[in-house]
Ligand binder design. Structure first.
Ligand SMILES: [Zn+2]
Length: 127
């Protein structure tokens, strides 16, 4: 694997992590839950374990459902993570040689997606 491919894959993973993070933050902003509270299932209240929170991968391992009660985990979760990962990877591929622009672009992407998620979750939709 050449250096650029590795660089892009690395940013794909970072994008997935940030997608997961801002999705949770937008949800907590909307529901006025503490940002440092432990993640819980909305169905049964069980504390979500770290391995159940791996972006993209965990959703597929759990087949989109809570391990305990079978409550659905919204597709929005994995969609946001995959979308952010793709945007980060695309940005990394465009600005591979220019880290300053890359960081500014990623910051912009993250803020826009966060605002989008917060606003759209405010329309009374369940996550
Ligand atoms: Zn549950």
């Amino acid at each position: 694997m050449d250096e650029k491919t590795f660089f892009i894959l690395w940013f794909f993973a970072i994008g997935a992590l940030f997608g997961s993070f801002i999705n949770a933050m937008a949800y907590r902003t909307r529901h006025r839950i503490s940002p440092i509270a432990h993640s819980r299932c909305e169905g049964c209240g069980h504390n979500i374990q770290p391995w159940e929170e791996i972006p993209i991968i965990s959703w597929f391992i759990l087949l989109g459902r809570c391990r305990h009660c079978g409550a659905r985990i919204t597709i929005r979760m994995v969609a946001t993570e995959t979308g952010m990962a793709t945007l980060y990877a695309a940005a990394a591929s465009m600005f591979y040689q220019d880290l300053t622009r890359l960081v500014i672009l990623l910051l912009g992407i993250t803020i826009i997606v966060y605002i989008g998620l917060t606003v759209s979750q405010s329309k009374g939709e369940h996550t």
